[in-house]
Design a binder for this molecule. Structure first.
Ligand SMILES: *Cc1c(COP(=O)(O)O)cnc(C)c1O
Length: 425
């Protein structure tokens, strides 16, 4: 299957090239040219399937020209190697926990799938590939963990010194040789600027094969379709409302594509923090990007979400307003709900899942059936906020072990020439 640019449908690339390039040359976003329907009756016996079997059925049509069945099976086994449990919060409200992977956030799924695809595509190439990633915390951990398993690709992660949590820093700095962490004496924008400059440096690009693990890479959003099937594996085919805590809208877009394949979701809900351009669009029809506002659900602090372009490519305004309902909430609402759910239901939501849960509760006032919120991160990733909600040690054993590991990073001032020398050494 080919992937076209959402800006220009005639610009088409096979899966392999779309993954390697990340972005089409016109700065659009790659989209699959076909969304293959699942066979009739697929959901009749879905309770007998495993998540890995579903992953194979769902992903095969999107990748089969560039990955054979064995390659795809192997990638799926390694990507979907942990559980996706459904926990009852209250009544007919459930949380689908997507955070049991190596960096305790749902981004592990996309990052791992991308890393393993690139591993296959670079296997037969002579040149070394270096992935450059700037992170404000969350994405870097998923990328570091994912690429630590891929030995023929090197990763350089730039993070702002002193501006990531201790757990996040350990997740970036405790891997082997092929994952290198640069502790930049600046902020996230400085890190991002250094990476951007590297991609614009023709001299560097002649001497070094660099690539990105960008969140808008098709190999990051395609595998995210798969866990939307998990509630149906658990409950069978019944009316479900699914709420997605959203920032850049990659997660929700994956759900929308799954629905186009035949996933029988009744209603999708977008839950946003104060960065609420999409809920406002869904209510008013006006899309007005805004400056990013900082909130306690900071992985969703996005003022102009890239995947909005993908949503608009998939649906007309009228359609999207029916399929997705959007709600936005303040930090105060979020914190209050976290406390309430902790006390009443003995369930600790992270701030992102809490925004999704608020949106779910709002919609379920008028919806029937079961409601599910995607719980996108383990609360231990946001201890500063959790401290205000619960006084208990919630660090998983594996995270405790990580905190004992030695930090390995290279401190660097914000200086492009120094960065370039480092890459070329
Ligand atoms: C990235 C992230 C989100 C937002 O996902 P999008 O695909 O960008 O909408 C939500 N929650 C957590 C914990 C995240 O890390």
């Amino acid at each position: 299957m080919n992937y076209y640019s959402a800006k220009n449908k005639r610009l088409r690339k096979p899966f392999r090239e779309a993954v390697i390039e990340g972005l089409p040359s016109d700065n659009g976003l790659f989209m699959p040219e076909r969304i293959t329907q699942l066979p009739n009756g697929y959901f009749g016996n879905i309770v007998d399937k495993t998540i890995q079997e579903v992953a194979f059925d769902v992903l095969k049509p999107f990748v089969e020209d560039d990955l054979n069945e064995q390659q795809l099976q192997s990638i799926i086994q390694k990507t979907f190697s942990f559980d996706f449990p459904l926990r009852k919060i209250k009544g007919n409200h459930y949380a689908l926990e997507l955070f049991h992977g190596p960096s305790y956030a749902f981004k592990d799924i996309g990052a791992t799938f991308l890393a393993l695809c690139l591993e296959e595509f670079y296997k037969d190439q002579q040149e070394k590939c270096t992935i450059l990633v700037a992170t404000s915390g969350d994405t870097g951990g998923a990328v570091a963990a994912a690429f630590s398993k891929v030995k023929n690709i090197e990763v350089v992660i730039l993070y702002p010194s002193g501006k990531v949590s201790e757990l996040q820093e350990r997740q970036l700095t405790t891997f082997d040789e092929n994952v290198k962490a640069l502790e930049i004496e600046g902020d996230f924008d400085d890190c991002q600027q250094l990476v951007k400059q590297a991609f614009l440096d023709a001299d560097l690009r002649k001497r070094l094969n660099i690539s990105s693990a960008n969140s808008i890479n098709v190999a990051r959003f395609l595998p995210q379709m798969v866990y939307y099937f998990a509630p149906f594996i658990e409950f069978g085919k019944e009316p479900l409302t699914i709420a997605v805590p959203s920032g850049n809208y990659g997660n929700l877009t994956a759900g929308l594509i799954a629905q186009k394949m035949g996933l029988p979701v009744e209603q999708f809900i977008a839950g946003a923090n104060r960065n609420d351009v999409v809920p406002r669009y869904l209510n008013s029809g006006k899309y007005e990007p805004q400056e990013t506002i900082q909130t306690i659900s900071n992985a969703m602090d996005v003022g102009n979400p890239s995947n909005f372009q993908r949503m608009m490519d998939l649906f007309s305004e009228k359609e999207i307003k029916e399929i997705v309902k959007g709600f936005a909430f303040s930090d105060e609402d979020t914190l209050e709900l976290m406390k309430k759910v902790y006390i009443e239901s003995d369930y600790l939501l992270d701030p992102h899942g809490a925004v999704g849960y608020l949106a779910l509760v709002e919609q379920m006032k008028t919806s029937k059936g079961k409601g599910i919120v995607l719980e996108t991160a383990h609360p231990c990733k946001f201890m500063d906020v959790i401290k205000k909600v619960a006084d208990e040690n919630i660090l998983p054993d594996s995270a405790q072990a990580l905190m004992q590991k030695e930090k390995k990073s290279v401190k660097m001032e914000v200086d492009y020439e120094v960065f370039k020398d480092y890459l070329l050494q």
